[in-house]
Ligand binder design. Structure first.
Ligand code: MN
Length: 236
């Protein structure tokens, strides 16, 4: 039996192949996986739990029929996922970061954006987006208004990404070490940067696994009592 970790599917109506790949994926893993963890940016945008798009309807109905325990963490795209969505889909919402004892090993789970401290401008925006007061105000607007605000924010974010140096957009190594030390964990799993890889963290004799985003390939990490492996598969 194993635990499966995925992130950054960025599900969106414009990319039905990724939605289909996810639906096939959960069917394929259901016989061997004991738990499913989604570490943020499951959706490209989530305007609120009253989202009644065809995409959200198909995802909700697929997840409803899933029997394995499942957990989800906010990403910077879908930070408005709330209790109603979790209740409908059977997800338990995990705070970012979350430290869990898995197969007797302390494992640290994060979306990953909080590790990118070199991007000062982004961290400021992140603080604003995660502010409960800001979120409450946003949710008080109409679904249509929220969709417009989200689209604008997405365009600004693309522009910011275009203008920011590649290394600034990646995690800050000191922040990785600090977080892992603080949580007493030698294994960190996160997404966000879209740079799937397994990195050694020699300062604490640990490892950092970066999950990949789903587009031409799907990515997942499978954790068993023997260890972990980061896998990818082509998406049709
Ligand atoms: Mn992200």
């Amino acid at each position: 039996m194993s635990y499966i970790f995925i992130s950054d599917l960025h599900l969106d109506e414009s990319r039905p192949h990724v939605t289909q790949a996810f639906l096939t994926f959960i069917e394929n893993i259901s016989h061997r996986a004991e738990r499913l963890y989604i570490l943020g940016d499951f959706f490209e945008v989530w305007p609120g739990d009253d989202n009644d798009s065809l995409l959200s309807q198909s995802i909700i109905s697929a997840l409803k029929s899933l029997s394995m325990p499942r957990f989800i963490m906010h990403g910077n795209r879908d930070f408005l996922i709330g209790e109603a969505f979790c209740k409908q889909t059977g997800f338990t919402l995990l705070p970012d970061p979350t430290r869990l004892l898995l197969f007797n090993e302390p494992v640290l789970l994060m979306h990953g954006d909080s590790l990118c401290t070199g991007d000062v401008e982004y961290i400021k925006i992140r603080d604003m987006l995660r502010n409960p007061k800001f979120q409450k105000e946003l949710l008080s607007k109409s679904l249509q208004d929220r969709a417009t605000i989200a689209a604008n924010a997405r365009n600004q974010s693309r522009e910011h990404t275009r203008q920011t140096k590649i290394d600034i957009m990646d995690v800050t190594q000191e922040e990785v070490v600090t977080s892992m030390k603080k949580n007493g964990s030698q294994l960190l799993i996160h997404g966000h940067t879209h740079r799937p890889n397994v990195h050694n963290v020699p300062q604490i004799n640990g490892q950092r696994v970066v999950l990949g985003d789903w587009d031409t390939h799907g990515w997942f990490l499978e954790l068993t009592k023997e260890g972990f492996s980061l896998e990818s598969f082509p998406i049709g």
